[in-house]
Unconditional design. Structure first.
Length: 216
């Protein structure tokens, strides 16, 4: 029986993950790093900021001495500038489902992005008040595919992991949900960066195609 709902954010509620990759690419290029966009996409998608920072500083010696906080602030500036030029960031079917589920279940958001960015984007999508609480990258010990974030969320809700339903869009996120013992629905949108989400319990092209009554 489902007793709680957990949403990922980037790529699930807001279509910002691709813009994080773009921001990181531009930041690295401006700092003299020789990188390709495919390489950055592989580093970014489905991973927490802490893991992304570790990979960046390991692969690109030009920025290896840059602190996590300094790089985070710089990237947020790049990312915000890119997002300000877009008008299609919010994934409306996902927002609609979140609001509907929040009427009957506690809903939380667990993301690999910094908490402040999570809150900013949930407010942008007009769902922040529908969410019980959020966990960002700094709130749990290890990023996806480690299940630490999901397990902490379930513990804070006082709900067994097996009674949690997770919505994810990345291979790492699905792996984290399944490792936590949760039911996972993967969002695989037609124009999104393709991830291997075959290990999810259910795959849908839009969250408007999901029916919780079918689960019941």
């Amino acid at each position: 029986m489902i007793k709680a709902i957990i949403f990922d954010m980037d790529g699930t509620i807001v279509d910002t993950e691709i813009y994080w990759a773009e921001a990181i690419f531009e930041y690295l290029k401006d700092n003299g790093c020789n990188c390709c966009q495919t390489q950055i996409l592989d580093i970014v998608f489905g991973h927490s900021w802490l893991d992304i920072y570790t990979d960046i500083t390991k692969i690109f010696p030009e920025v290896a001495d840059t602190s996590k906080k300094k790089m985070s602030l710089a990237l947020s500036s790049y990312h915000q500038q890119i997002c300000d030029e877009k008008d299609d960031i919010v994934i409306e079917p996902s927002v609609k489902l979140l609001k509907e589920l929040a009427e009957d279940y506690p809903v939380i958001v667990i993301s690999g992005s910094p908490r402040d960015d999570v809150i900013h984007n949930l407010k942008l999508a007009n769902v922040y008040n529908n969410v019980q609480f959020v966990l960002g990258a700094e709130d749990y010990s290890a990023g996806k595919p480690d299940p630490a974030g999901f397990l902490k969320g379930a513990e804070m809700l006082n709900v067994p992991p097996g009674n949690c339903l997770v919505f994810e869009d990345s291979s790492a996120g699905v792996s984290a949900a399944k490792s936590a013992g949760m039911y996972c629905v993967a969002l695989s949108r037609e124009n999104a960066y393709k991830q291997d989400v075959d290990h999810a319990d259910q795959i849908v092209p839009e969250l408007s195609d999901f029916d919780i009554n079918a689960l019941k």
